[in-house]
Ligand binder design. Structure first.
Ligand code: NOJ
Ligand code: CA
Length: 535
């Protein structure tokens, strides 16, 4: 079997602020994560990815870094991080941290020096003169921020505009300056020396920009700073640093990369590619887009078989909850188990998002004032029609995935004894870890079963050949390795006889490795099964 450990691993993303409060101030922290490592072990997790914990003004909950060498006060101390790493390692769990390298906080020392043209920092950010039109000072071009509005902000001090593709408090670093690469390399070394095993590399598809700075086409505004040849050349250099420290990397690949772009990233730049094609699996009316799902599963497997390696996931801290995306299906919970099984038996590396494994749901936001996320705030700031934006954010806000982790049915869902920084979903008495641990039919127990079957057949998954099937809304695949495995899900509203639809699949009492319902030769609506098809 391919010996790369991360090809055989299951990851788990922790949104630190919302996961577990270890000191009773209502904010999740490093100690809280350490307290829950045994839980992660029991789920079958091999590495934990921790969202940014660096010192930060928290405009974007830590994706705006003020000092990479300091831990945010509310998250703990460097010694807490060291103890977390050592406890994780003693349990056989690796630690992956978020490397925010496309931008910093506006409060970072580098930015202040750059704004004041202090060498060698003058060009460490992307500065341009504005344009005067009818006597009015306008940004250098029409580039837009992902978070809405112009991607440029004026600095009175420097009398120039700086580029920010996210919030205006997060200026983009300039990788055309060797100083940037040098500083980021030092950060990588610092954490490698502390014992971290890898990085999830934030917004890495955007580190190269179109340097002519001409106006962009507004329908695909992000193309001028996404997946450009320069991003690849910067990354090749950074990868030497990663490799020399034996670190593995998961690259966040936004900006609609083509399959060709993705393969380029896999060629000596990044280990795992985390792209977003699977968002095409969700259609209008909170329903599964079955064809979209089929295509994205096949695409992810093809990447893993074709020289790259896919991150397998449907949600993270930037997306609403999986179960809530499926409200329009007859049985949203079983529909989500179908989706999970189909995704997590693929060739690639699953990354579960905290709370997904217990089927956490979206939060019932009542008013535009309810949102905490800087992205939502910027959308309202630039909105022409607040009501319309609110309707959209009620479905899609990033805050849905950031409500606190539901551990039990005590006050604040066992996340803290103090009122939390963000909401507790009112459904916490029904959906929580403690309750689900006791119920073998819970989402949690189903996730454990799916992941343990994956572990059992990991050699077949990593090295086997996949063949995909999609007929009458029943979809799945076979894996041909030393064993022959079938994964099949009935995403229709009627009961189907497996062997009638697919001759190759057969189910009997003794070849079912996993199913979310009792299985004979028929699949009920939203039933999924993993079958051993050995002769
Ligand atoms: C992607 C992160 O996942 C998101 O949460 C963040 O706002 C942006 N990158 C900017 O760092
Ligand atoms: Ca705390």
């Amino acid at each position: 079997m391919d010996k790369m450990w991360w090809k055989q691993a299951v990851g788990y993303e922790v949104y630190i602020r919302s996961f577990k409060d270890g000191n009773g101030d209502g904010i999740g922290d490093i100690r809280g994560i350490a307290d829950k490592l045994e839980y992660l072990k029991s789920l079958g997790v091999d590495f934990v990815w921790i969202c940014p914990f660096y010192d930060s003004p928290m405009d974007d909950n830590g994706y705006d870094v003020r000092n990479y060498y300091k831990i945010a006060k509310e998250y703990g101390k460097m010694s807490d991080l060291k103890s977390l790493i050592s406890k994780a390692h003693s349990l056989g769990i690796k630690v992956v941290i978020d490397l925010v390298l496309n931008h910093t906080s506006i409060t970072h020392e580098w930015f202040k020096l750059s704004e004041n043209r202090v060498e060698p920092y003058t060009d460490m950010y992307i500065w341009r003169d504005g344009r005067y039109v009818d006597g009015k000072l306008l940004p250098p071009n029409n580039w837009q921020s992902f978070f809405s509005g112009s991607a440029w902000e004026y600095s009175k001090k420097r009398k120039q505009f700086y580029l920010h593709i996210f919030s205006k408090s997060m200026p983009d670093l300039n990788y055309e300056s060797p100083v940037t690469l040098g500083e980021i390399s030092k950060i990588i070394k610092f954490y490698a020396d502390m014992g971290v095993d890898g990085f999830r590399v934030d917004a890495v598809a955007h580190i190269g920009k179109e340097v002519k700075f001409d106006d962009c086409k507004l329908n695909k505004f992000f193309k001028v700073y996404s997946n450009l040849p320069s991003a690849h050349s910067h990354l090749k250099k950074l990868n030497q640093v990663f490799e020399s420290h034996n670190l593995f990397t998961i690259g966040e690949m936004g900006g609609e990369p083509t399959p060709k772009d993705i393969l380029k990233y896999s060629d000596g730049e990044l280990d795992i590619i985390s792209n977003f094609d699977q968002m095409g699996a969700f259609g209008d009316g909170h329903k599964i887009n079955r064809r979209g799902l089929f295509r994205s599963l096949r695409q992810k497997e093809r990447l893993s078989s074709g020289g790259g390696w896919s991150a397998l996931f449907y949600l993270n801290h930037d997306y609403p909850r999986l179960v809530s995306k499926l409200m329009g299906e007859g049985d949203k919970v079983n529909a989500s188990l179908c989706m999970a099984t189909l995704m997590y038996m693929l060739k690639g590396t699953p990354i579960i998002y905290n709370g997904e494994e217990i089927g956490m749901e979206n939060y019932p936001f009542k008013s535009p004032k309810d949102f905490k996320d800087v992205n939502a705030k910027m959308i309202f700031e630039n909105a022409e029609d607040i009501e319309k934006e609110f309707e959209n954010l009620k479905e899609n806000s990033r805050d849905h995935s950031r409500t606190v982790m539901q551990w039990n049915d005590t006050k604040y869902a066992g996340f803290s004894e103090h009122i939390p920084w963000i909401y507790v979903n009112p459904n916490y008495k029904k959906i929580n870890v403690e309750k689900e641990e006791k119920n073998e039919h819970s989402v949690l127990c189903n996730y454990k079963k799916i992941l343990s079957v994956r572990k059992k057949y990991i050699a077949d998954i990593v090295d086997g050949k996949y063949k995909f099937y999609f007929k009458h809304n029943v979809l799945g695949y076979t894996i041909l390795g030393n064993n022959k495995i079938g994964v099949i899900a009935n995403l229709s509203e009627r009961t189907v006889k497996i062997s009638t639809i697919y001759k190759k699949f057969r189910a009997s009492r003794d070849n079912v490795c996993y199913s979310n319902m009792p299985l004979y030769d028929q699949l009920k609506p939203y039933q999924v099964a993993i079958l051993n098809l050995n002769d």
